[in-house]
Write a protein that binds this ligand. Structure first.
Ligand code: SF4
Ligand code: SF4
Length: 440
């Protein structure tokens, strides 16, 4: 397989398109009334006008490209103190916009290639990927720990390698190995069983999607696992009849939907297979009347948009040949892939739910602080940032926060502890499991 993962050198022209205007500092909502709030977690913590926020990182990229700068400890730290949340990308309106997270990750790829990155604490992830095929140093047998309750009540989950099924539930490493986040695959499988869906898991044979490695700049490790996964998906389609891959993990979803597209064989391998987030799949059944909520949940809730199911899934329209404006100009974005309305509609449909919105939502969502390797590299900062988001949620009068990402789940709950808040983060599928009974 060939992969089109650009180097920093290949992005040099784009790097020079940042005008250092600073518009990426805040989340604008043009109103009425007009409002704005901070959007860059790195800028909030380390100061926007230093080197930590987007425009400072881009300045570093220029320095490295023209040979003025070398990899110092300060520089390496600056490029890894970023959640790659794409908040800055959402604000930028110049031709530089579509490529900002790519440039940040290309800097990381160069740092890894030159032996300067990632951060010492993040090197454990790379080692773990090589030894365990997951970023959590988790032995293979632990990957299926979350399935135990299903075996106990004699509702075992199919091992798709042994028994064919049309739906592969791709669990992801965070749901499998991060103990508090295991509630997410558990609730997902529970809802699927109540609906009578014919699905299976890869169990101990599942390997990481490669998202963490990619975000940290370890392209080789990403490619290694991505190729294995693509080959396995193809085999499952041909031999076990899989035509849907569903995941409850925002990181896996983004990786398979977007990062895997950088392979020249993506289209041919996934021909006949739909990749879908659990929320979207359940929404489809809900709209068809096949998923009904029979219990009440008298909760006041607010919703946090994960970066990976939101603005990371934008499609950017670029004037490639200059026929509309000028060559390489940014013409607009398409949000159709972003999961903004679907989770909100599902939440509001649950009987008893009172829903309120935070200030920074949808494409202006404020990142929980756990992405881009920050949870491992700078855990204290990740939890502190999550605390800010929890406080924003509390200001709405909501008692609980809901999201659709295991990273946000873990990190925002850490943030709640940090600010001594009673607010808890639930995954939407946990709520759906609470309000559904056997649909038979
Ligand atoms: S990234 Fe965009 S918005 Fe931010 S300073 Fe550069 S040009 Fe301005
Ligand atoms: S990706 Fe997020 S954390 Fe990184 S510079 Fe942009 S807004 Fe800041």
């Amino acid at each position: 397989m060939n992969w089109d993962i650009p180097s920093l050198e290949e992005l040099e022209d784009i790097v020079w398109k940042c005008t250092a205007c600073g518009n990426c500092k805040v989340a604008y909502k043009f109103g009425p009334p007009p409002s704005f709030g901070e959007i860059c977690p790195a800028g909030v913590e380390f100061g926007f006008d230093g080197n930590m926020a987007s425009k400072g990182k881009i300045a570093f990229a220029r320095g490295i490209l023209d040979g003025e700068l070398e990899w110092t400890e300060e520089f390496v730290e600056a490029i890894y103190k970023c959640t790659v949340c794409a908040g800055c990308q959402n604000q930028c309106e110049l031709d530089h916009k579509p490529f900002i997270p790519e440039i940040i990750e290309a800097m990381r790829r160069k740092a890894v290639k030159d032996g300067a990155g990632p951060m010492p604490t993040q090197k454990v992830i790379a080692q773990s990927m090589r030894s365990f095929n997951n970023p959590y140093q988790g032995p293979r047998r632990v990957r299926t720990e979350w399935t135990r309750p299903f075996k106990k009540v004699k509702k075992p989950i199919k091992n798709i390698m042994k028994e064919p099924a049309p739906i592969l539930f791709y669990v992801g490493c965070t749901g499998a190995y991060n103990a508090p986040a295991r509630v997410i695959p558990t609730a997902t499988a529970s809802v699927f069983q109540k609906m009578g869906l014919d699905f299976g898991i890869l169990g101990e044979n599942e390997i990481c999607c490669g998202s963490t490695a990619m975000r940290l700049g370890d392209a080789d490790e990403f490619i290694r696992v991505a190729e294995q996964n693509l080959e396995s998906f193809k085999k499952l389609h041909e031999e076990q009849g899989v035509n849907t891959i569903v995941t409850s993990c925002a990181g896996c979803y983004r990786a398979i939907k977007k990062d895997y597209k950088l392979s020249d064989e993506y289209e041919s391998v996934l021909n006949g297979i739909e990749v879908i987030h659990t929320t979207d799949l359940l929404y489809r059944y809900f709209k068809e009347g096949k998923l009904n909520f029979t219990k009440e949940l008298p909760w006041k809730v607010t919703y946090h948009d994960p970066c990976h199911t939101g603005r990371h899934l934008n499609d950017f329209n670029i004037d490639k040949d200059g026929s509309v404006q000028w060559k390489g100009s940014y013409l607009g974005k398409e949000e159709a892939q972003c999961l903004y309305d679907v989770p909100r509609e599902m939440l509001k449909a649950i009987p008893g739910i009172q829903f309120t919105e935070m200030e920074r939502i949808r494409d202006n969502s404020y990142c929980c602080g756990g992405g881009g390797g920050v949870m491992t590299g700078f855990g204290d900062w990740a939890a502190k940032n999550a605390g800010y988001r929890i406080q924003e949620g509390m200001m709405t009068g909501a008692e609980k926060m809901v999201s659709i990402c295991p990273f946000c789940h873990y990190n925002l709950n850490e943030g709640a502890k940090r600010v001594n808040s009673d607010m808890r983060l639930y995954d939407l599928v946990e709520l759906l499991d609470m309000v559904t009974e056997d649909q038979g």
